[in-house]
Design a protein around this ligand. Sequence first.
Ligand code: CTP
Length: 360
Amino acid sequence: MRILVTAGPTREAIDAVRFLTNRSTGRMGDAVASVAYARGHEVVLVRGPCAAPPPTGPRHVPVTSTADMLAACREHWPRCDAVVMAAAPADFTPARVHAGKIKKGSRTGGWSLELVPTPDILAELAAARRPGQRMLGFALEPAPDLDEARRKLERKGLDWIALNTPGNFGDPAEAELRLLAADGVVERLRGTKTELARALLQRLERALGAAELTVRVRRLPGCEDLPLPRYASAGASGLDLCAAVEAPLELAPGAIALVPTGLQIEIPPGYEAQVRARSGLALRHGLTLVNGVGTIDSDYRGPLGVILGNLGSQPFRIERGMRIAQLVVSRVERCRIELVSQLGATERAEGGFGSTGLAP
Ligand code: CTP
């Protein structure tokens, strides 16, 4: 899934040195982005200015004002399956930004700042929504007011709204959210922000029909820059695996190489993973898997490598991050062997090796 996540406050300029902002720390949005990334989703994190650095992994789009955040969200929304709007964009912005610094001496009698409303980002995204896109917003209320949260959910056209209170600011040991769904279901979620993020993502994934099966992967040190295995399209059955070569690897015609993926993998019991070639690379460059289809057993924990061979007539250059193979996870049946003196009869009997001929 591709998920758009927003985090943090915005800053609305008053003059060249002053701005209006709020107390959002960005922790909730960062947690959602990190957890979504770790669960294999493609994440775009649109993030206002925060004290903490952005999480590693998700694509980071830094923004300053509510207008900037709206522009960045508008740009990425059409390609995304869902948005989690955890940011606290300012609702008002100064009507005019003064050029330079407003001098204290010029306002000795005090002064008023004229503010105008900012656009509501969620409402704008809802207006541009295509069928199937899911929207989760937050409602920051001074007290847990379910009726107000429901009104916001309806006004903004959301699938869920997470009712938040100022007690959740920062990184409390236990934060609490009430999650209201458009169908009326209300859930109480409690835990660290990472645990809350996981709970929110599970609901999004379920609604989007994402896989229920979890395959745990561990990145080997030095491979943090590489994407996790990912389905390239909604109907893809194989997760793409990337080459974790430190430098480009030239595979001469006829050569064989064990190409690392930078991953260790834990296939759940009862399942196997098959490593398969990518047809475009095979057709255009003769790149093949020398072991046919590789099998990863559920008890294998070693590094995952791909045995590539070049059947083409030209050398093939494998770059770091190149998608070199795909991983198909499927259920396996283990069987019991029974020794018998006679097998069950069939019409075809021992006919094989082309015994049915070639005619259509
Ligand atoms: N939000 C938004 N655009 C804004 C302000 C808020 O998309 N300009 C989003 C927030 O990210 C959040 C949701 O709307 O997901 C609700 O924000 P909240 O501050 O609780 O509500 P407001 O719509 O600002 O209404 P009020 O200030 O009256 O509570």
